[in-house]
Design a binder for this molecule. Structure first.
Ligand code: GLA
Length: 388
């Protein structure tokens, strides 16, 4: 669901900057993680959704080898030669686009330059994957521009590689897959081992509120990568103790965990408890959605947050405050931190009739507690990325 104003504004800016209209436009949404935290790179399960905010990427071919790229939101411009698509230390935003472009070269001929501009309305640093939206919008635009044919999963992996090699975050595939496979009024259920993706209809008796705490953790990539290492260490430990093969925490049951946790390094054990618990919760949550038991689903969201707070230690006082206050607001069914953590947003499951009032209540109590505003929006599960 592209916001028409976003597209019109981008088209106008494109003409102003490059003197003629764009020839290609692509749009990709951000995502919200509903249940399943840090399970993607552990080959587990996640319920997510593409959201009604995203990034639009407009382009046209140039008649030489120069690539001119404009970050519309911040009006910064960069240019590079198509033979030198490198990582930039100066323009960090450029890395998401350059990283995608560099990998796409392995799938087709990219010898000429382009003029490109992007705009987005996903709040930055809010845990809603503004970077994946940019990668996927840029990826689709480049595929159209250079006549490259790849499937969605390949594009998702190209976005992930841009994060790993150009941006420095060892993320899983959740953000890119959600952005590509979203469907209006549906959640996205992904098995991150088989990479099977399923759309699950969302009950119209509930909707999602996002509460962006406006807290951005300074060391977020470092913390994220460190958590990932601990999960991999835990998987190695279980592989050496259990008689069946273990290549990721996905292979470890809760029973196996409880039998062995006391002989593990305590921090590694807590990280493993989070991931193994989350996998169980996502599978349970999928069944509850099928039964339309939103109350029980909401309880799983609270449990997920509690596990983030105590086991994975990727929450912060602002996120904890929002979750604990949400519990007392009429109509709220569940709440948890969404995404990498260490700041960012809380996703709240709520009866649609109560959403607006709940938003106002939370805004007021957050301001009173922290002296700064939080941003609340109603999130609609939306269609995935597309060439326009
Ligand atoms: C970030 C990463 C995802 C995923 C989530 C946590 O959004 O980019 O790959 O690991 O954190 O679930």
């Amino acid at each position: 669901m592209i916001n028409q104003t976003l597209l019109d504004n981008a088209a106008k800016k494109f003409r102003e900057h490059f003197g003629k209209p764009h020839t290609i436009a692509a749009y990709a949404p951000g995502r919200v993680e509903i249940l399943g935290n840090h399970t993607d790179y552990n080959e587990g399960f996640v319920l997510s959704a593409a959201i009604n905010m995203g990034a639009v990427f407009l382009a046209s071919p140039s008649n030489n080898t120069t690539c001119r790229l404009i970050a519309g939101d911040i009006t910064e411009e960069t240019s590079f030669d198509i033979s030198a698509v490198n990582r930039s230390e100066k323009n960090l935003w450029q890395n998401y686009v350059a990283g995608v472009l560099a990998s796409l070269r392995e799938h087709g001929k990219i010898n000429t330059g382009f003029n490109g501009i992007f705009f987005g309305n996903v709040p930055l640093g809010a845990g809603l994957s503004s970077s994946a939206a940019l990668e996927m919008a840029a990826g689709l635009a480049f595929c159209a521009l250079y006549g490259i044919n790849i499937d969605k999963l390949t594009l998702a992996k190209i976005g992930q590689r841009a994060e790993h090699e150009y941006a420095g975050a060892k993320c899983g595939l959740l953000d890119q897959i959600s952005s590509l496979y979203g469907k209006a009024n549906n959640l996205v259920m992904t098995d991150f081992r088989s990479l099977a993706v399923q759309n699950i209809p969302m009950d119209s008796n509930a909707c999602f509120l996002m509460c962006n705490t406006n807290v951005k953790h300074r060391l977020v990539d470092g913390e994220y990568n460190e958590r990932r290492e601990k999960c991999e260490m835990a998987a190695k430990f279980f592989a050496s103790e259990l008689s069946h093969p273990v290549s990721a925490l996905r292979d470890v049951s809760w029973e196996e965990y409880t039998k062995l946790s006391s002989v593990m390094d305590p921090v590694t054990a807590k990280r493993a408890a989070h991931v193994i618990g989350e996998n169980t919760r996502v599978l349970k949550g999928k069944e509850l959605l099928a039964k339309k038991d939103l109350c029980a689903f909401g309880q799983l969201m609270y449990e997920s947050h509690e596990s983030s707070r105590t086991n994975f230690e990727n929450s912060c006082k602002e996120l904890d405050f929002v979750v604990s206050q949400a519990k007392h607001i009429p109509g709220v069914l569940g709440a948890r931190l969404s995404g990498g953590g260490f700041g960012g947003s809380v996703v709240i499951l709520i009866h649609p009739r109560d959403a607006e009032t709940a938003g106002k209540t939370l805004t007021a109590i957050y301001k009173k507690e922290f002296g700064m505003p939080c941003d609340i929006r109603i999130i609609t599960p939306s269609d995935g990325a597309t060439v326009l």
